[in-house]
Design a protein around this ligand. Structure first.
Ligand code: SF4
Ligand code: SF4
Length: 435
């Protein structure tokens, strides 16, 4: 037996005789006696201990070419995935005027037509195969609830198709939350709605400055009212976009939510993300220049760990650290723009050269335009972070460099944060194996 390449080992201050081992391939966490890995290599462990360590992804069988097996990792996910996931951009219109909106100058009174919606439904039917057990749509905008009738129209058709195939249809909304009233939630729940993600950028003052209505009025109180009125009907997740100057204000939002009765029992998930920067030449909106252009910007280490800690210590759920290829690499993910053009990532909407077909004529080959194999070299295959990275975020590389044929290497960021994140998970929510 050999120790896997795809593990990280961290010291445990409170248990100096033990080490913390995190498998990036299996997302497993174990606390092991220091000499255990050496004993495994020497072949002096019991078969029971070997089986446990192998299950945890800490050791691999003699003779296994682990680097080579990683070449097929994403194909394996694609083969075993029984779901189909489609992001549908219903419009490019919005009743908010967020200071950092990345859709910038693409926004306007642009709505999906009924004819395109019919093609979306046909496209889903054509791509569905008998091995699939579920179809999920993420309705996106602009503001998707400005197209509520279309959500109902598409959902009725896809739900009936899915049920005829013995599959489940669910959908979610990425919404600004202002139109998400109790009656709307009830109506959409009956059609398969599972969750809504609503963005709150800090407490009232900061949020109202960052995410006002188009007319300039604050939106915070309306959103809190709507969340209270709907969180017993569908799962409500809270998102938030922070910058380097305001991230320390976000925990006050969590305190406020708890004070308003919106604690972890009412909010399904909390996740804060840095505001993204813009590609060169895009100046809209003109007064916003604070976006992040790389996950390796040093301030993100402090901000990311600080906010994750504040979320977890209050008992809210936030995404786990998991092997996660970019959705561009995953076959069963599609993004449909309001005009029917297909993409692989919402970030690339409207970017020339990143179209992957359209719902009328089907998908085109995007492996070269999106440089799918960029991580299949010695550097990445030999990197312990590969299962968490796969060459990083292509959209970030595009923003920074206007091209995607270079990696967005997360090594510096993961070197600085992964151990601390694993320890946060142990402290607040995770069961570990010990030996
Ligand atoms: S390119 Fe980046 S933003 Fe787009 S799906 Fe991949 S990881 Fe996500
Ligand atoms: S891009 Fe960097 S962090 Fe990601 S797998 Fe390759 S070497 Fe590792």
């Amino acid at each position: 037996m050999h120790v896997s390449k795809y593990i990280k080992i961290y010291p445990l201050e409170e248990k100096p005789e033990s080490i913390l081992v995190y498998s990036t391939k299996k997302a497993s966490v174990s606390v092991l006696k220091k000499q255990l890995l050496e004993s495994a290599e020497r072949g002096s462990l019991s078969s029971e201990s070997l089986a446990t360590l192998s299950d945890l992804g800490v050791i691999i069988s003699e003779g296994m070419d682990e680097k080579r097996s990683m070449l097929g990792f994403i194909d394996g996910i694609n083969r075993s995935d029984t779901g189909m996931s489609v992001t549908v951009v219903l419009n490019m219109d919005c009743n908010f005027a967020c200071v950092y909106c990345y859709e910038g100058d693409m926004k306007g009174k642009l709505y999906m037509s009924l004819e395109t919606a019919d093609h979306v439904v046909e496209f889903i039917k054509n791509r569905f195969s008998e091995t699939k057990k579920s179809i999920n749509i993420d309705f996106f905008g602009g503001e998707p609830l400005l197209s509520k009738d279309l959500i109902v129209y598409i959902s009725r058709a896809v739900k009936s198709f899915a049920e005829s195939k013995g599959a489940e249809y669910t959908f979610s909304l990425v919404s600004n939350g202002s139109l998400f009233k109790r009656k709307v939630a009830g109506e959409l729940k009956a059609l398969g709605m599972q969750n809504v993600k609503i963005t709150l950028d800090g407490t009232a003052e900061l949020h109202n400055r960052c995410r006002p209505f188009k007319g300039g009025g604050g939106s915070f109180d309306i959103l809190i009212r709507n969340i209270k009125d709907t969180c017993d009907i569908v799962k409500v997740g809270i998102g938030g976009n922070f910058g380097r100057k305001n991230f320390k204000d976000f925990p006050r939002l969590l305190d406020y939510l708890e004070g308003e009765g919106l604690g972890p029992g009412k909010i399904s998930q909390v996740k804060f993300d840095p505001v993204m920067g813009r590609e060169k030449g895009d100046t809209s909106p003109a007064d916003f220049v604070d976006g992040c252009m790389s996950i390796n910007e040093p301030w993100l280490v402090e901000a990311g760990l600080y906010l994750r800690e504040e979320i977890l210590k209050r008992g809210y759920s936030t995404p786990k650290i998991l092997p996660m290829p970019c959705q561009v690499e995953l076959k069963n993910f599609y993004v449909v723009h309001f005009d029917g053009t297909l993409y692989k990532c919402p970030g690339f909407i409207g970017k020339k050269g990143f179209e992957t077909g359209n719902v009328r004529e089907g998908m085109t080959d995007y492996s070269d335009s999106h440089k799918l194999d960029i991580w299949k070299d010695d550097e990445c295959l030999g990197c312990e972070y590969l299962p968490l990275c796969f060459g990083g975020c292509k959209y970030m590389t595009y923003l920074r460099e206007g091209r995607v044929d270079r990696k967005d290497c997360k090594k510096p960021y993961l070197d600085a944060t992964l151990g601390a994140m694993v320890k946060q998970d142990i402290r607040y929510r995770r069961k570990t194996k010990g030996a």
